[in-house]
Each structure stands twice: as C-alpha cells, then as structure tokens.
Design a protein around this ligand. Sequence first.
Ligand SMILES: *[C@@H]1O[C@H](CO)[C@@H](O)[C@H](O)[C@H]1NC(C)=O
Ligand SMILES: *[C@@H]1O[C@H](CO)[C@@H](O)[C@H](O)[C@H]1NC(C)=O
Length: 168
Amino acid sequence: MVQKAVRWMSCLLWFGPGSIDGQVQFSQAVPQGPTTIQVSLKNLASIAGGYHVHVLPLKPGSASPCSNADILGHFNPLAWNVSNSPSPGVGTVDQYEVGDISGKFGMLTLKDIYEGVHEDPSMPLTGPYSIVGRTISVGCKVLHSYIQCVKGLKKLEISDNCSGIHLY
Ligand SMILES: *[C@@H]1O[C@H](CO)[C@@H](O)[C@H](O)[C@H]1NC(C)=O
Ligand SMILES: *[C@@H]1O[C@H](CO)[C@@H](O)[C@H](O)[C@H]1NC(C)=O
C-alpha cells in the first residue's frame, strides 16, 4: 500500500508580555518522518536567549501564562540528562532534551531577527512524545545582566490547526 504524504502543521500565537513577534511552525511530510521546524522571529532586540518546548499547554485565564509553575520545565520525555548536552548548536539532535530547540540548532543571543529552517528527527508531532498542544517559550535576559527574565518569556501554543486558539 502506498502511504500518502501527510502534512502536520502547527499554528502558533504569542502570549505574555514583551515585544517579541513572529512564529515557529512544525510540519512533517510523512508520519514518523523528520519534523521541519520553520523559525521566523523578530523584535528580539538582542535580549533573547534560548527557546524551548515546555511540558504543559497554556492554562486558559492564567495571570502568569509564562511561568514555569504553569507550563513546567522543558519537554524531556526521554529524561535526557542535560549535563551531558554539548554547547548549543554543536551536537546532534539526540544529545539534547526533545524540547530544547536552541540546544539543537543554536541560541537567539544578540539577534534582532532570526529566520531558520531546521530538520529534526527527534521532535515528534504524533505519538506519546508529541509536542503538539504544548507551549514554546523564548527566554530573554535583562539588558546588561544575565538574570533570566521570566517576565520576558513569550509563549506559543502549539495546535494541530488554527481554530480553538484564543488570545488571553
Ligand atoms: C547527569 O550527569 C552528570 C554528569 O555526567 C551526573 O553527575 C549526574 O549524576 C547525572 N544526573 C542524573 C539525574 O542522572
Ligand atoms: C481543530 O482542533 C480542534 C481542537 O483540537 C478540534 O476540535 C477541531 O476538530 C479541529 N478542526 C479541524 C478542522 O481539524
């Protein structure tokens, strides 16, 4: 039987404070095939750092939609030990947490605009380790210091289609 190519698209909207704009799209040409991650971010203003898929979806109506209390840590279903990860952008995709996009493909540090297309065989859109429905955060740093800026976190909701996503 010939298997039809299936395209899985995720629609992403920004939540939380800050001026970062743009989107991250995930698609798969075939089920179980590698995921293509299309990143198009702007207004990063040199304060962004890493970006990650987190464990939980957005909590509707939350006063702190960007907090780790709401969305928990990086999505890491294979319990990868991050102290064994190489520097960002250096290793192979299996050497980082599944949700560690900037580890796999490089940080946003000192960028205002970032456009990139990445192939990731370890970012499933189906099955038990699927990232669909979770959130993405872009971490930012306070200017002139290296304090992680929770208020600057921006969140994206990952959905299998664009309906049913509400800005709040
Ligand atoms: C993670 O790896 C480090 C360095 O190899 C090790 O010291 C630590 O015990 C590991 N942590 C877990 C939870 O396995
Ligand atoms: C879009 O997603 C929502 C929620 O997951 C689902 O209820 C709805 O049926 C989907 N619509 C289409 C056209 O796939």
